[in-house]
Design a protein around this ligand. Structure first.
Ligand code: HEM
Ligand code: SF4
Ligand code: SF4
Length: 507
């Protein structure tokens, strides 16, 4: 279902601007919008029991064109941040990208949920309107249920003069320090990701900004009357993105809500280790005698899982590659980058500098050549695909051989040349996850750049480009992929008849 929704969004926005492909980056962006608008409104904010409400009101009414707009942007960007975060969480979960080495991003993400909610709740209290009063009283009573404080904190909220200016100074302090800690947590969250995408595409940034601006003008964020601890706030409008716990406390006991919060957090936190149909294939391994320390595996690994260390085996190279097993997601992209993975090596059991133990390069070459030898008829095609995208096994036929890899970028471009030149296959079709949506983040980009000769290892210039086709297809796009294969084969037949006429082949 997710793939279908994303496919529809691709039709509207194109793969480049599909917001679902940039949810993490959108989170960062919204955080910056919240920060900039927050800094502006902070300049006009006064701390004090009545002053807080009055200063926010002044800003909203007297300076509606800037202060009011900034306040609304601050609110709407905060709401959008929660929405984006929830979608990001669900997407990673649905795609199964929370297990194995990805546990780190997942668990730090779970911490981020509560940090962001804390900032939002704290922010609402700073307005000190009726909504703030309702939220503060319910949340403080909820915390009083825990045996933390010697006297109930709610007693401060029990009478009109219970609060003094120190409360608002404390709230302001929290509203600056928790976001700073959150920013630090963002950094930890993406620490084990190479080339993390933290800026959405420009069109998406402007689109989001415009949408929030329109919303700010059409439906400005307003306060809900000054708080008065002597009077129950009565009915208030709730921001369900941040303040959902308070209405929950109206229907459930404090203990039940704590049980829910702890339960959900614990469940999310241990999710990466719960049993599931997850196949962890063995991580990459370096073979020192085949590693010349070129660093290509380091620059291509999407998960910072390969590091360079000083040479330890006496070979005349400065460095050697070392895999950090805890970070490796077994995508095989490093093996596709290694110069010694080339199938043009003479020994049958050759070993590459970096290998996937479950799918060594020599085995890959043997499987490919075995399949190619069996191909019959014209327009014979070798299809290379990805285990996380369209199931290419179903494309296999008398004239079509298939090889599915953990990621298409595990394929060294020399394999394409090998299939076309050594085995005289008529064409090679490369497929994998949809554009901009590589399951292993960088694979689609790397393979496209290698074929375009913009990245090492490059596809050699002598390889006929018209015999290579790239078509990116998720498991929901199988039909489109099979149609593409057929039209590619038609094209190859045309190429063959053209060449026969000019006497280029069959010499
Ligand atoms: C607003 C808060 C969050 C922000 C700004 C954020 C941002 C990001 C960014 C920028 C990335 C890297 C994306 C890429 O370049 O491929 C990422 C990855 C990830 N995030 Fe978040 N994230 C947030 C919350 C969460 C939450 C709540 C979870 C789940 C509990 C989560 C789980 C993950 C996972 C598992 C990855 C790694 C995906 C992979 O390995 O390919 N994130 N996040
Ligand atoms: S298989 Fe290679 S590229 Fe992929 S995460 Fe492991 S070390 Fe990095
Ligand atoms: S790509 Fe291969 S040769 Fe280069 S450093 Fe990595 S393992 Fe060594």
């Amino acid at each position: 279902m997710l793939l279908r929704v994303e496919g529809a969004l691709n039709k509207v926005f194109g793969n480049d601007l599909n917001p679902f492909y940039q949810l993490g980056a959108l989170g960062f962006y919204l955080f910056w919008v919240v920060t900039v608008s927050g800094v502006y409104i902070y300049a006009f904010y006064d701390t004090g029991t009545g002053d807080s409400f009055d200063s926010v009101e002044r800003m909203t009414r007297e300076q509606w064109y800037l202060g009011g707009v900034m306040r609304s942007m601050h609110r709407y960007a905060s709401d959008a941040l929660v929405l984006v975060m929830v979608l990001h969480l669900l997407r990673e979960f649905i795609l199964g990208r929370y297990r194995g080495a990805r546990w780190f991003a997942w668990v730090t993400g779970v911490v981020l949920i509560w940090m962001l909610l804390a900032i939002g709740i704290n922010g609402y209290w700073m307005v000190w309107d009726k909504l703030a009063q309702y939220s503060a009283v319910t949340i403080i009573e909820w915390f009083d249920w825990l045996p933390i404080f010697s006297m109930p904190m709610a007693s401060y909220f029990a009478y009109t003069d219970g609060l003094d200016n120190r409360f608002f100074t404390l709230m302001s302090f929290f509203h600056v320090t928790i976001p700073l800690l959150t920013l630090f947590m963002f950094w930890i969250h993406i620490m084990r990701i190479s080339y993390p995408v933290v800026n959405p595409k420009r069109g998406l940034m402007w689109g989001m900004l415009l949408a929030m601006l329109v919303l700010a003008l059409v439906k400005p964020a307003l306060s809900q009357g000054p708080a008065d601890l002597g009077i129950e706030p009565g009915s208030v409008g709730i921001d369900w993105f941040y303040l959902f716990i308070s209405p929950l406390l109206d229907v459930w006991s404090a203990g039940q809500v704590w049980a829910l919060v702890f339960g959900v957090t614990l469940l999310l936190g241990v999710l990466p280790w719960l049993p599931a149909r997850f196949k962890q294939i063995p991580v990459a391994e370096v073979s020192l005698e085949n590693c010349n320390g070129c660093r290509r595996c380091v620059s291509d690994c999407p998960y910072e899982a390969v590091v360079m260390r000083p040479r330890s085996d006496g070979l005349p190279f400065m460095e050697q590659a070392v895999v950090v097993p805890d970070r490796c997601v077994s995508c095989g992209i490093c093996a596709g980058a290694c110069p010694s993975s080339t199938p043009f090596r003479s020994d049958a059991g050759y070993v590459s500098g970096i290998e996937m133990p479950s799918l060594p390069m020599a085995g890959l070459r043997a499987a490919m050549t075995g399949d190619l030898a069996k191909l019959q008829g014209d327009a014979r095609v070798m299809v290379f695909g990805c285990d996380n995208a369209a199931d290419i096994a179903k494309l296999r036929s008398a004239g079509v051989a298939v090889l599915s890899l953990p990621c298409t970028a595990m394929l060294p471009p020399s394999f394409i040349e090998y299939a076309l030149h050594e085995h005289r296959v008529d064409g090679v079709l490369i497929t994998g996850c949809r554009g901009n949506d590589c399951y292993h983040r960088m694979g689609g980009q790397w393979i496209a750049q290698r074929l375009d000769r913009q990245r090492e290892p490059r596809l050699r210039g002598r390889v006929e480009r018209e015999r290579i086709n790239q078509f990116w297809a998720s498991s929901a796009d199988f039909e489109a992929l099979s149609v593409e294969l057929e039209s590619f084969r038609v094209g190859l037949r045309g190429l063959a008849s053209g060449q026969t006429e000019t006497g280029k082949v069959d010499k």
